[in-house]
Ligand binder design. Structure first.
Ligand SMILES: Cc1cc2nc3c(=O)[nH]c(=O)nc-3n(C[C@H](O)[C@H](O)[C@H](O)COP(=O)(O)OP(=O)(O)OC[C@H]3O[C@@H](n4cnc5c(N)ncnc54)[C@H](O)[C@@H]3O)c2cc1C
Length: 131
């Protein structure tokens, strides 16, 4: 009996864990400019987007946290598919994806700027002047 209960508990735990990982997070409600806690992600590549999804999941619909992502390009590149573009097995639109479109459902804002310097002490970024 105890063994069956333990197995049932483990299965339930695994199912809940899988549900939490697969479920879309609720869009963050906080705006970056006004939120008491601000998180800025620099770079919208593999790493930056993994962080964005992780934060959206962690703060699930929070009004207190404003997350923004900054990249000098307004698209992200899916590098593993890039070599397929050369023999024309894939089109460029399958390889480059709009960062705004990915981030909007997560409630994460996008700023397009080139970061020149990060000052960790003052928590400020220096961005390149626009042409
Ligand atoms: C052709 C190719 C095929 C690959 N295939 C695989 C694969 O099959 N499997 C695998 O695991 N890995 C693969 N990789 C490696 C994988 O793409 C990298 O490990 C991964 O992209 C690194 O992630 P990242 O977030 O560190 O950098 P990136 O994905 O390069 O993201 C960096 C982001 O920061 C932005 N950025 C850079 N400088 C600035 C700046 N000054 N200001 C603002 N924004 C800036 C860039 O625009 C970019 O969006 C491949 C790489 C290549 C080139």
């Amino acid at each position: 009996m105890k063994g069956k209960l333990a197995i049932g508990g483990l299965l339930l735990g695994a199912a809940l864990g899988a549900y939490r990982r697969l479920r879309r997070p609720t869009s963050l409600e906080g705006r970056f400019a006004d939120a008491p806690i601000k998180i800025l992600i620099v770079g919208g590549g593999f790493g930056g987007l993994a962080v964005a999804r992780g934060l959206a999941r962690m703060f699930d619909g929070s009004k207190d946290v404003g997350v923004a992502l900054q990249d000098h390009r307004n698209y992200t590149t899916f590098w593993p598919m890039v070599p397929s573009v050369i023999p024309s097995n894939a089109e460029v639109r399958h390889v480059a994806h709009s960062l705004r479109r990915i981030l909007k459902p997560l409630g994460i804002e996008f700023f397009q700027d080139e970061v020149e310097e990060v000052d960790f002490e003052t928590r400020r970024l220096k961005v390149a002047e626009r042409d």
